[in-house]
Design a protein around this ligand. Sequence first.
Ligand code: FAD
Length: 463
Amino acid sequence: MAKTLVHNFGKNVSFSPTVFAEPKNEHGVIELLRQHRGLPVRVMGSRHAWSDAIKTDGLLISTRHLTQIQLNPNRQSVRVGSGCKIKHLLKFLKRHGLTLPSVGLIDEQTIAGATATGTHGSGKHSLSHYIRRVRVAHYEEPSGAPVFSELDNGAELKAAKCSLGLLGVIVEIEIEVRSAYQIEEHTEKHNSLTQILEMEKQYPLQQFFLMPWSWDFYCQHRRETSTATSRTALFYRVYWLLGIDWLLHVVIVLLTRFLGMPRFVRIFYQRILPKTIIQNWLVTDDSHTILTMDHDRFRHIEIELFVLRSDLEAALNHAREMIISFADCSNPEQPPASLNKQNRPPYCHHYPICVRRIRTDDTLISMTSPAELDSEEDWYSISFISYQSPHQRSGFFEFANSLAISMEKKFNARCHWGKFNPLSPSANQKLFPQLREFREIVKRHDPEARFANPWLKKSILDS
Ligand SMILES: Cc1cc2nc3c(=O)[nH]c(=O)nc-3n(C[C@H](O)[C@H](O)[C@H](O)COP(=O)(O)OP(=O)(O)OC[C@H]3O[C@@H](n4cnc5c(N)ncnc54)[C@H](O)[C@@H]3O)c2cc1C
């Protein structure tokens, strides 16, 4: 039988598992584990991760049929099949006047896939933090028989909230929900980071963008409100859909994939884009609509780094220097000599750098788990996206590698587990104080590391 070829969203990960299966229910998962006991096992959700997280040459299980949803009678949490997409869960919750406590920029991920890598939005904890119980299929020790375990307290729950699939196949998650809410948003240009951070108290859900080449900040100031949906909300949605999600992205794709001229990218960010951003349009709409966007219409790749608030300003300055240094040599801005290496592929960064605040999670290894035990300092994620097509990405990978390694050294920056992640095991060991505890729990559940793959062994399990 021909092997199935699997690609991720970014088409930077492609592989053919020996067995690809889509069990119809959780008993089907147990049956698969029984039948293929000797094979390594990985699970895939929507395949949106850019890291090697889903890769395996053994058994690959898709959770697309595990999509049941059941609201608990107290309406404080919901039990949801691991393969349920966030958009379907949000739709279900909306019918009950409820929603999730946190949502990322898109809603295409599955609930287990999103939480397995610590997916987050802005102003709240990551989604993983809100998990109350995880039901997981794995091999029982010492019999080796496949069984279900319920993880609902202590360090095991903290590990299961963001596990990268290392504890086995998650079949169901119980996660907190909250009443549906409205968000008020307006966008404003700022010249300094200090100004933006000062406004955080007023707008705790805000996120902001550092524009490459103009180096201006644009902040989407956001806060919860009891106001009804604005009359102009529909026009605002159309502006976002046509103006940002479509037109802006078409221009960026054309500039980067076809024109390939860094000079045009700089002119676009310095002279054209600023004229098209509508500032101070105050709009209220439901949280799901305001928080999500459709920038996944075009294939892209991303690296996202996490620094503590105290390092944010220096980290953004460093990123700016790196971007200048990596751009084409026709760049009028002089790269700092220390960063300017010869013979590397040029990379002209061409996408707004999104910065989001995330509160410390009660997990062991999500990117926003405590920096030190008991530390509650907020984390800020800084994301770098490239819309170059898959065969043009050598410059991006060089840039992303250098950025991750230098930011790890200078600012103890962590890398998103579900995005391009080149950090070494020794770096991760230093960055995640609870990694040792996580490894011990994984070892108890899966002593032979059957649910791991080479990337996970290299970056997480090997000490
Ligand atoms: C366009 C785009 C926008 C994004 N926006 C954000 C954002 O705003 N914030 C953010 O933090 N991240 C964001 N991400 C990253 C994304 O949320 C993560 O990569 C997430 O893990 C993808 O979920 P998925 O369902 O596609 O999982 P997959 O990519 O299929 O899998 C991810 C990991 O989860 C594991 N897994 C999946 N299901 C199970 C299961 N049932 N049991 C055990 N393990 C499982 C897989 O083995 C793998 O390790 C974005 C990604 C894209 C492509």
